[in-house]
Design a protein around this ligand. Structure first.
Ligand code: XMP
Length: 333
């Protein structure tokens, strides 16, 4: 437990110089810890796992085996980007698993949010464990645990209840008994980002807005269908594109689209047609425990509405969620 406590004297990593010193120190520690063994990492493309991957690639190169599981609930182009950065640019040992059908088949007809989360979490472990069993010589599992995760686990151990079950990767099956490598476990998120930039990861990856482990699965409300999921992915990509273009992505903490399982009447090419509404959520927060609504200029909202309703099949309205947290949670499910 002791090395899970951040020493009071540990300086906050705020500059590239401090980040470089941290990286050098970790490279030595990682090499000393793992020797010639292979290390396995579930690489989601989120900030934490990406920084751990880049750090380990620097320390042990191809001894690191990254597994990227596409659960079919990723945002548009996200898996492609992981492949581009880690396989093409950093020459990582990367296994890409397209498990879309496995996940979507299990989720068919399931509408209860916590049940959806449990299915996604459990299947993620199944897919990852299947890949791990195919490899030989792996002794270690690297994880992107950061200091707030450790503080949260301590809180939960003290019996404080969480509103939603946020932990996406539970324990692996007993036959996969790896030792852990957790090089950023004493860092806060802002420090992880400074280290990520010092490692040369793309700015967009390092400053990526938080994305829940169950992905678009908890934004395609109720029972997920492939057509509504597709519409959600396209609408979300348009929102992100327009926020990037007008600089809002630098100012808003989290922004995304949600699609409920209801239809309303619309008109297209002079005939009546039923479509889903796309709901925009854009919030600011410090710690995700409470959140305020970001005011988006009407001109931007008009542009997004015009693009989503003309470019995305199946959507005929765009709505804006103006609810702070509390009383709403950030995600709808
Ligand atoms: P809520 O909806 O609880 O969200 O206000 C707070 C923050 O947590 C994210 N979130 C999740 N992250 N797995 C995750 O990794 C989850 O199941 C999950 N649910 C919500 C949410 O996006 C927000 O940043």
């Amino acid at each position: 437990m002791e090395n899970n406590v951040r020493p009071e004297a540990m300086a906050r990593i705020t500059t590239p110089e401090l980040a470089s010193a941290f990286i050098e120190e970790q490279i030595k520690e990682i090499r000393a810890q793992v020797g010639d063994s292979k290390v396995l990492l579930a690489l989601s493309g989120g900030v934490d796992s990406s920084v751990v991957a880049a750090l380990l690639i620097k320390a042990i190169g191809k001894q690191l085996v990254c597994v990227h599981v596409n659960h079919g609930l990723m945002r548009k182009d996200e898996s492609e980007n992981v492949i581009k950065v880690f396989s093409d640019e950093l020459d990582a040992n990367l296994i890409y698993v397209d498990a879309t059908d496995r996940f979507l088949n299990l989720l068919a007809g399931v509408s209860e949010p916590e049940k959806k989360r449990k299915i996604i979490g459990a299947e993620f472990i199944n897919v990852f464990a299947d890949e791990a069993r195919k490899l030989s010589g792996v002794e270690y599992l690297a994880q992107g645990t950061i200091y707030p995760d450790i503080l949260e686990s301590i809180k939960q151990a003290e019996g404080k209840k969480a509103v939603k079950s946020h932990h996406n990767v539970g324990g692996l099956p007993e036959d996969l008994d790896f030792k852990l490598v957790e090089p950023i476990k004493l860092l806060f998120k802002d420090e992880v980002r400074v280290v990520g930039e010092a490692l040369g990861l793309p700015h967009a990856m390092v400053y990526r807005q938080p994305f829940p482990g169950p992905g678009l699965g908890v934004r395609c409300l109720g029972a997920i269908t492939r057509d509504r999921l597709h519409a959600l992915r396209e609408a979300d990509a348009i929102l992100r594109d327009e926020f990037d273009k007008c600089g809002l992505s630098e100012k808003v903490w989290q922004y995304f689209v949600v699609i409920p399982d209801i239809k309303s009447v619309g008109v297209k090419d002079e005939s009546r047609y039923e479509g889903w509404p796309a709901i925009i959520r854009a919030i600011n927060t410090k710690d995700a425990m409470s959140a305020t609504i970001e005011e988006i200029p009407y001109s931007v909202l008009h542009k997004i509405t015009a693009r989503i309703t003309s470019e995305v099949d199946g959507i005929n309205r765009v709505l804006m969620d103006l609810t702070p947290k509390p009383v709403g949670t950030i995600e709808w499910e």
